[in-house]
Design a protein around this ligand. Structure first.
Ligand SMILES: Nc1ncnc2c1ncn2[C@@H]1O[C@H](COP(=O)(O)OP(=O)(O)OP(=O)(O)O)[C@@H](O)[C@H]1O
Ligand SMILES: [Mg+2]
Length: 231
């Protein structure tokens, strides 16, 4: 479904953020991408929705390749990928309902379908009762639920979550993780970057470790952190 073939990434300052990464993400699975700040987690995620491109190597997402995708195909790819961020990125001047509906309006769906799908998505993340509220009236956890609904309403094959609980309190974090597990059970693959290892349930997901731009065994990352190792 998603494949990284020998991917390296140099940023403009010649900083090597990813170093010959090979990865394969299968349909319907739950993946944790773990590693310290600066390890390259967000770089990997951005390559999947083709916000950035490899300096070397190739990223394959479904039928698209980073080597051959055309500029006008990128929006089509992104329709099938849900993305949520640590800082939610909701539209501040729109209420909860409109934040979610907007994701479908831009695809030209019919009004009736937009309404049905939006209400379903809000109900799935248990935020229907706040549909008329504005983002500033919501807690971090509630805002993230709205962001999840907005991602899901496009019926993506994968939901990419970049540190989704970073601005959410412990109670909200529990809710968000339950929602992600629930979405995964219904068939959507999840790829979640986090440096909060306490969120990992190995019974549910596979763990990919990343250190200084290289894939490493998750155990190596745990060991280093537990021993207070420097990076
Ligand atoms: N636009 C950029 N220009 C230059 N360097 C960058 C850029 N984006 C990221 N980097 C560098 O690349 C490395 C990997 O960054 P990345 O954001 O992928 O890390 P991360 O694992 O997501 O970290 P965090 O946990 O802090 O979000 C870091 O050293 C970072 O400083
Ligand atoms: Mg990051």
């Amino acid at each position: 479904m998603i494949e990284f073939r020998n991917v390296s990434k140099y940023y403009k300052n010649n900083w090597l953020a990813l170093n010959k990464v090979n990865l394969f993400f299968e349909k319907g699975q739950f993946y944790y991408l773990i590693g310290k700040s600066g390890a390259g987690k967000s770089t990997i995620l951005k390559m999947i929705y083709m916000d950035i491109f490899p300096s070397e190597g190739e990223v394959i997402v479904g039928n698209y390749s980073s080597k051959t995708i055309k500029q006008n195909e990128i929006p089509l790819l992104r329709r099938k990928i849900g993305v949520i961020f640590q800082d939610f990125k909701l539209l501040k001047d729109r209420n909860v309902y409109d934040n979610v509906a907007f994701a479908l309006q831009v695809t030209g769906e019919k009004y009736q379908n937009i309404r049905k799908k939006t209400l379903e998505a809000l109900s799935l993340v248990k935020i229907s009762h706040k549909r008329n509220s504005f983002p500033y009236q919501l807690s971090g956890g509630e805002q993230q639920k709205v962001a999840i609904a907005r991602a899901l309403v496009k019926e993506p094959f994968i939901l990419i979550a970049d540190e989704p609980t970073g601005n959410v309190d412990p109670e909200g974090t529990k809710d968000i993780m339950e929602i992600l597990f629930d979405i995964n059970t219904k068939g959507t693959a999840i790829l979640m970057a986090t440096h909060d290892y306490s969120l990992i349930k190995t019974s549910i997901g596979k763990v990919v470790g990343l250190r200084e731009g290289k894939i490493v065994k998750p155990e190596d990352i745990f060991k280093l952190d537990l021993s207070g190792g420097k990076e």
